[in-house]
Design a protein around this ligand. Structure first.
Ligand code: C5P
Length: 408
């Protein structure tokens, strides 16, 4: 069961082009089993229609404090809604909304509910670069943080104006991660003393300048583990194969982008000595073409079959397991199609890992590309530990918690 199952969440949407992403955020929250009440500011309605939000949330959408038709009902609403919510998420939050929240101005229902609420509040700003740089925003954000609100950063990228810079609202799945974090059982242990090296995503093994051998890995699990560790204040080195996931940014994070298994191996060895925890989620190609052709391989009619000789790639996990330093903890992943337990236990020994996280293609809604995962974890010291199906972010928290339990 998802940690968000049955949680009462107010999704406040203000008037920004990023409002289209709130629709996806709403969909993700509903998928996690949350009960969501959408509140639109009057300006938000110019960007996305109420019908979209009410259909997806299965609830009427509220907007104005006063309703000509039913004043009494709406006037009572803001206090009731503020008390009803377990969490308020305002995404996107425009400069206007942020300024009003910061100064207590209360000229629409969302602002009134915000002032009545006693639950945690997450604010995801969205604005163009010039507004983002204005000192008033910095001051207002400082104010909101002083009130105890969680103000998320923005992503850098292309903005509605065509300019490129900070001000893009975080992606819906990144906001979901912060929401899940709020509801995770409080785990006060800081991991600031840990330096974690994580490999993630697929590798691409070139055949010629335009083709490669790869697999379906998306990197979602590795990125979720990186985020979970960053939330617990650990330092993270994320060695990532090609992925479409947005590159996380954090003061404690080093991202190394690679393409091939050899490059991943090189980067792992480079950071090996400073890390004490290794979580190898990458789906590393076991084999690579013996040679990369300098020119594009051409099709010949008289040659209907093609032989590409493959040679083995380095086994990065095995190398780390066999070179680990005193106090290091090494975690491997094992994706299996059959005889899962036997294969996982063999890997635990042959790779000298301290933990193998096994997921099976037999588990529904797990493995490559899925937003959820289900795993069975094997160690040398503890009975096997089953983590049932849950979002990859939530599973990541359970896993890093379990790593700490096993190693102490
Ligand atoms: O042997 P197998 O590929 O099934 O093992 C999977 C585990 O080993 C994963 O943790 C994966 O990241 C790691 N691995 C690796 N280098 C390879 C192959 C797998 O680090 N060449």
């Amino acid at each position: 069961m998802s940690i968000l199952q049955g949680k009462k969440i107010i999704l406040g949407v203000s008037g920004s082009i990023a409002a289209y992403k709130s629709v996806e955020l709403l969909r993700l929250l509903m998928k996690e089993g949350a009960e969501v009440q959408v509140l639109l500011t009057p300006a938000a309605k110019y960007f996305v229609g109420e019908l979209t939000f009410s259909t997806l949330s299965k609830k009427p959408v509220f907007s104005a404090i006063f309703d000509e038709k039913n004043t009494q009902h709406y006037w009572a609403n803001h206090v009731a809604l503020g008390k009803w919510a377990d969490l308020i998420v305002i995404a996107p939050a425009t400069n206007n909304t942020i300024a009003k929240l910061s100064s207590g101005i209360c000229d629409n229902l969302l602002h009134a509910v915000y002032l009545s609420a006693t639950c945690p509040v997450i604010i995801a700003p969205a604005m163009d670069i010039d507004m983002h740089e204005h000192p008033s925003l910095r001051q207002n954000i400082q104010n909101l943080k002083k009130f105890g609100n969680i103000v998320l950063p923005t992503n850098s990228g292309e903005l509605a104006s065509g300019w490129v810079g900070y001000g893009r609202m975080l992606e819906p799945h990144q906001i979901l991660e912060h929401i899940i974090h709020i509801f995770m059982p409080k785990w006060h242990q800081s991991l600031s003393h840990r330096t974690v090296l994580i490999t993630a995503g697929p590798t691409q093994e070139p055949i010629d300048p335009v083709r490669y051998i790869s697999n379906y890995s998306t990197g979602k699990m590795g990125y979720a583990i990186a985020n979970a560790y960053l939330k617990q204040e650990a330092k993270v080195i994320l060695i990532s194969g090609p992925t479409v996931l947005p590159e996380p940014s954090h003061n404690n994070l080093t991202v190394v982008k690679i393409k091939t298994a050899e490059e991943m191996f090189e980067a792992t060895r480079q950071y090996f000595s400073i890390a004490d925890t290794f979580v190898m989620t990458a789906a590393v190609a076991d084999y690579k073409p013996k040679q990369k052709l300098a020119l594009k391989l051409k099709k010949h009619q008289d040659n209907p079959s093609l032989h590409v000789e493959l040679i083995q790639n380095p086994d990065i996990l095995k190398w780390v397991g066999h070179h680990k330093k005193k106090g290091d903890f090494v975690v491997g992943f094992a994706l299996e199609t059959h005889n899962e337990e036997q294969h996982a236990l063999e890997k635990l020994t042959s790779k000298k890992a301290d933990m193998i996280v096994m997921n099976s293609t037999q588990f529904p809604n797990a493995t490559f590309g899925a937003d959820t995962n289900e795993v069975i974890v094997y160690t040398h010291t503890h009975p096997k530990y089953h983590i049932p199906n849950k979002s990859k972010q939530e599973l990541a928290y359970h896993l890093i918690h379990y790593i700490e339990t096993v190693r102490t």
